[in-house]
Design a protein around this ligand. Structure first.
Ligand code: TA6
Length: 303
């Protein structure tokens, strides 16, 4: 009953008739649903997690595992997990959640604005006792998702405290592909990367990337847009970015897929992660009052 009242109030405050409604989604988690002339989209308050973007002239672009958990203590497997304020494991605390606490935190709706054919959903979190259990900083983070002919994701972090802090961030985007074994990833030729599957050795990308085994690479010092060419679905997904200098390319392949309980054993051929980040040595530092906005801009075109 409590959730029904909350959803009713959220629809009164933020709903847009025929365009935006707030519902109880998978696992009863609160979901914003967008249906406009240019695109359909979904975003959960849990983790400010975008789980769907389907432009009117294309099929679903994001991958979500059929085995995903749907509860407020686990991250959703797929879509766009927001990794903040650290990436992967926390260097000084083995008990800290992987990829930070943002993706398993309840965010709040800030605004929902229709601009022409596009709809921008903004959600925010602010530092509190729960976040300070893991990280002492005073901050406000906003995740703005614009569902239109492009999917535009912006993660803004503001230092609301009196001391500087450093953080890592990633929009850990899972993209739907027809067959990973025929996909080619272009745009990173000549870029150095850390190969997490080969003892974190640093290598240089030679040409385009074909995925032929478990792939987990952190491309360094690159602002380049990436093209995911997917002949099986006859489309190309382009991921451009702003204020991001790291790009992660990940596919778990067979063994890692089997090892993940919230990922189907046979789902690895249907997805690839192209992650828009500032991680490792490319962390972000904010002085008091300073803010940083990282943006991913996703487009789909016919191949
Ligand atoms: O971004 C790639 C990666 O760091 C992989 O190493 C793998 O762990 C993936 O993220 C998924 O992490 P998660 O904590 O969501 O299972």
């Amino acid at each position: 009953m409590k959730q029904a009242l909350e959803i009713k109030e959220l629809n009164q405050r933020f709903g847009i008739p025929e365009i935006v409604k707030i519902v109880a989604g998978h696992g009863g988690l609160t979901r914003v649903e967008v249906t406009s002339r240019s695109a359909q989209g979904e975003m959960y308050l849990h983790g400010a997690h975008v789980t769907s973007w389907k432009p009117s002239n294309a099929e679903e672009v994001l991958f979500v595992s059929s085995q995903s958990h749907w509860n407020d203590s686990r991250p959703i497997r797929g879509g766009v997990p927001v990794c903040f304020p650290w990436f992967s494991s926390k260097s000084d605390d083995v008990n800290a959640p992987m990829h930070g606490f943002a993706r398993t935190t309840a965010w709040q709706l800030e605004s929902i604005v229709q601009t022409g054919d596009a709809v921008t959903v903004s959600m925010f979190i602010e530092s509190n006792e729960a976040t300070k259990k893991w990280w002492p900083a005073d901050f406000r983070a906003v995740h703005r998702a614009t569902f239109g002919p492009e999917l535009i994701l912006e993660l803004e972090v503001v230092n609301t405290g009196k001391t500087s802090f450093q953080f890592e961030e990633a929009l850990h985007s899972y993209f739907q592909v027809g067959n990973i074994e025929t996909v080619l990833v272009k745009g990173l030729n000549g870029v150095d990367y850390i190969d997490k599957i080969d003892e974190k050795r640093t290598k240089t990308q030679n040409g385009e990337i074909a995925i032929v085994s478990e792939t987990d690479r952190v491309y360094l010092n690159t602002a380049a847009a990436v093209d995911v060419q997917d002949p099986a679905l006859h489309r190309q997904i382009t991921i451009a970015k702003e204020n991001s200098v790291s790009t992660v390319v990940w596919n778990p392949w067979i063994q890692k897929a089997k090892a993940m309980p919230d990922f189907g054993d046979t789902e690895w051929p249907q997805m690839i992660c192209i992650e828009t980040c500032n991680i490792g040595d490319s962390f972000v530092e904010l002085t008091p009052g300073q803010r940083h906005q990282m943006k991913a801009i996703v487009r789909v075109s016919k191949l």
